[in-house]
Design a binder for this molecule. Structure first.
Ligand SMILES: [Ca+2]
Length: 215
């Protein structure tokens, strides 16, 4: 459930413990929200932006927070794949457009404030879509998610660690390990193309505070 504090944090972008080096989650920029580019809309009217389709971003990759902030300034956030329909819709675009991998808003809750009982054990119950503050199904319910059965060290995802850095951000990988197109936990500092999805809370906030912009 969303709390007032969580919504405040989600909109205004505070320096949360999970972001190193003083980086913050950026708040929306009203003018950039008004000028946001929509590459495609789902039947329910929600707009999406795909970094690999933007000529100015050709070859540009961002780490997970960089991707989120690009989206958030535009009243969007990294894509959250809450339904299999949306998941398949996104995956089709990766396949058709030969995109190797993308960031989603999925994140392991492994920072301050994540000691809540319902999130334990973290590797099973600790994953959530940060853009909408919604928990993923437990990683053990394999029919309720799209985690790969394989990874760099041949283990079902998420495997939390693969050699060095902790892997706590969720990327969709396209046949990277010859394992289909599906979810992998990846270290958040890796750089990837990204998909943005319009964010209801950020749009509502900017529409309310800047009605003249027609966002
Ligand atoms: Ca979504």
């Amino acid at each position: 459930m969303k709390t007032g504090i969580a919504i405040f944090a989600a909109i205004f972008g505070v320096a949360l413990a999970q972001f190193p080096n003083g980086r913050i989650l950026e708040p929306p920029v009203p003018q950039m929200c008004a000028e946001r580019v929509i590459h495609e809309k789902t039947p329910d009217g929600k707009g999406y932006f795909f970094s690999w389709r933007d000529p100015a971003l050709k070859g540009v990759e961002e780490d997970w927070l960089g991707g989120r902030n690009f989206c958030r300034k535009r009243c969007m956030d990294l894509v959250s794949l809450e339904t299999s329909a949306e998941n398949e819709w996104i995956k089709k675009r990766l396949i058709d457009e030969k995109v190797k991998y993308i960031w989603t808003s999925g994140r392991l809750c492994d920072f301050k404030g994540c000691d809540r009982e319902d999130l334990q054990p973290l590797n099973v119950n600790g994953w959530f879509w940060t853009a909408v503050l919604q928990k993923l199904a437990p990683t053990t319910q394999r029919d309720q998610n799209d985690w790969s059965e394989n990874g760099g060290i041949g283990k079902p995802q998420p495997e939390a660690q693969q050699g060095g850095a902790t892997e706590n951000c969720l990327a969709v990988l396209n046949q990277f390990y010859n394992d289909g197109v599906n979810w992998h936990d990846v270290a958040c500092h890796h750089r990837k193309p990204w998909a943005c999805e319009e964010n209801a809370d950020l749009l509502k906030y900017v529409r309310y505070t800047n009605p003249e912009l027609g966002v």
